[in-house]
Ligand binder design. Structure first.
Ligand code: UDP
Length: 244
């Protein structure tokens, strides 16, 4: 019999969910029905033998830059943004729990009565046991984003790729909702993303992925079941990787 997960192109994947992805059609906050659907996709992936790590953003609750724009000190606003990601991670852990998927929240900012603190070997051992690990509080540092946290944790966890969940089926030359003639890419190099300022992740995240040859996959996860398709290499997506 083939080993569990042996038919998967990517066995260990880090899923980056923005805060907006959890918001659904609401103006802010968390839509638990959306969290529930995403948790279902993860349940399907782990049942197929994949190991899944998740980094969740906080933009649906608080964005550091918007706080700073209103006169708050940027670093303070960023810490508030990181706390927002912990709220999202706890909500998502709950959704996974309802699906019977064991999941751990590990925060880069220690808050021992709320969740575990991020410790690399501990996280690796959870993943090896096929538990889902939810990395909260970004990198733990202001002036960074959860995109950079996603790439950083993926490298630390020896993930095969980062999947960036969006509302469209890949990377386009311009916003396809505003520019119907925008070009869609199947494959890009890190240099092309940086040189053309394509809206995938911030520059620090792209450069970190490039330096560590970590593939970035951009896909729509509005479509249920797409996570498993990515793991099997069957999704309509854009992949950013080392070319040549
Ligand atoms: N943040 C931070 N350091 C990090 C990650 C996040 O300071 O390592 C703060 C920052 O203020 C950011 C907010 O947390 O605006 C929410 O994260 P992000 O904007 O990346 O969330 P997303 O857009 O993915 O929902």
């Amino acid at each position: 019999m083939a080993a569990r997960g042996s038919d998967l192109k990517y066995k260990r994947l880090l899923l980056k969910l923005s805060g907006e992805a959890l918001m659904g059609k609401q103006p802010y906050g968390i839509d638990m029905s959306v969290a529930d659907r995403l948790a279902g996709d993860i349940a399907e992936a782990t049942a197929a033998g994949a190991q899944i790590a998740v980094v969740i953003g906080g933009g649906n609750i608080f964005r550091g830059l918007s706080g700073a724009a209103k006169g708050m000190d940027r670093a303070t606003a960023d810490y508030m943004g990181m706390l927002a990601t912990v709220m999202n991670a706890l909500a998502f852990q709950n959704a996974l729990d309802h699906k019977g998927v064991p999941a751990r929240v590990l925060s880069a900012i220690p808050m021992p009565t709320v969740c575990e603190s991020y410790v690399r070997p501990k996280s690796l051992s959870y993943l090896a046991k096929s538990q889902v690990v939810l990395f909260a509080a970004g990198t733990g540092n202001p002036f960074f984003t959860t995109d950079t946290a996603a790439v950083l944790r993926a490298i630390e966890m020896n993930c095969d790729a980062v999947l960036k969940a969006t509302q469209v089926d890949g990377v386009y030359s311009a916003d396809p909702k505003k520019h119907p003639d925008a070009k869609r890419y199947d494959r890009l190099s890190y240099a092309e993303v940086l040189a053309n300022d394509l809206k995938v992740m911030d520059g620090a995240a792209i450069a970190l992925a490039r330096d560590n040859r970590l593939p970035l996959i951009v896909v729509s996860i509005d479509e249920p079941g797409n996570l498993l398709k990515v793991l099997r290499g069957e999704a309509r997506q854009t992949i950013i990787e080392t070319t040549g």
